[in-house]
Design a protein around this ligand. Structure first.
Ligand code: ATP
Ligand code: MG
Length: 309
């Protein structure tokens, strides 16, 4: 049994209009996605801005109401915990937020920020709590003095690490890591990614790893979901996606990775042009009317694609 199973998840946000603020429509932020994550596995979630990645992550944490679908964790349907902060489920699943700065309470010291999940779930004495906070800071490579500072006193990279320390405080089983390094310098990116990998093997963690950056995703994830127009266009093992992409959107994404080999520059440019032509000419094989993405169908044991059958 998979650790996390998501079945036909839909999250719609109301659009309100007019002076009365009546509901005039919906944003279909997530419009039917199905996937699973095994224990210890890292699944990458890639796709353009607005495609529904963060919303998928928030739904898994129970932070947004869902329209329909099932989310199972260890076999248990957790949709009943939506909106409840202290459910046992919230101990096992944590999120590293895309926008770290606004996710850290600026009026609280780092010590209180990191201790917050501990205070919600574990009854520790002051001394025990301090010891845990110091340990967590040291795991992310920060010294204990930092516990007494406020978020604005840190660099982006340090704040990101504070977010990581808080996310791992309760030894969760699953972390939704939403663009955990995209705001960081390249040198610090590698450092934080390596932390995430180290604690993964130490704690037996699973990740849903959300990113725009296909290079980062290739390094971190053995399985990938490609999201476009609020649905999955392709899902597969790393090799399937990078070496044998099937959906035109995935092909475009892979072809857009910057060239490292100058000798292949011309060939790659030709390839991109071909893909763009195919996108224009054969779009009905890839998208239904209204640009809706088809349902995923199985190509192999590990590879699924959403194309007209
Ligand atoms: N709370 C909300 N209320 C209304 N609409 C929302 C809300 N949150 C997200 N949306 C809309 O849902 C869609 C998906 O947003 P989401 O944040 O999941 O995208 P994303 O893939 O994470 O994008 P990015 O790469 O820019 O972070 C967007 O059209 C967004 O405007
Ligand atoms: Mg996002």
């Amino acid at each position: 049994m998979a650790l996390l199973e998501v079945e036909d998840l839909k999250v719609y946000f109301p659009i309100r209009g007019g002076i009365l603020g009546r509901m005039v429509g919906n944003v279909k932020a997530v419009d039917g996605v199905t996937f699973s994550i095994n224990e210890g596995q890292t699944v990458g979630l890639v796709g353009e801005s607005g495609s529904g990645k963060t919303t998928t992550g928030k739904a898994i944490l129970g932070l947004v109401p869902i329209k329909s679908g099932v989310i199972r964790f260890n076999g248990e349907d957790i949709t009943k915990y939506i909106g409840k902060n202290r459910s046992p489920y919230r101990k096992s699943v944590q999120m590293i937020f895309q926008d770290v700065y606004s996710s850290l309470n600026s009026k609280k010291r780092v010590r209180d920020i990191i201790a917050e999940p501990l205070r919600n779930f574990e009854k520790l004495t002051k001394a025990e709590e301090q010891k845990r906070v110091d340990e967590l800071l040291s795991i992310v490579g920060m010294s204990p003095e930092n516990a007494y500072k406020y978020p604005h006193e840190f660099s982006g990279g340090q704040r990101q690490r504070i977010g990581v320390a808080r996310a791992i405080a309760l030894k969760p089983k699953l972390i939704v890591a939403d663009e955990p390094v995209s705001a960081l310098d390249l040198s610090i990116q590698a450092q934080v990614l390596n932390y995430l990998k180290d604690i993964q093997s130490e704690l037996g963690l699973s990740y849903l790893f959300i990113s725009h950056d296909l290079g980062v995703v290739k390094h971190m994830c053995e399985t990938l979901a490609i999201m476009h127009n609020n649905r999955f266009v392709e899902f597969g093992a790393r090799n399937d996606i990078y070496n044998n992409p099937q959906h035109i959107y995935t092909k475009r994404l892979i072809a857009s990775i910057p060239d490292t080999d100058p000798d292949k520059k011309e060939e790659n440019m030709r390839r991109r042009k071909e893909i763009n032509e195919e996108y224009e000419m054969r779009s009905e094989s890839y998208y239904e009317a209204g640009s809706k993405v088809y349902d995923l169908t199985r190509l192999t044991e590990t590879h699924f694609v959403a194309m007209k059958s």
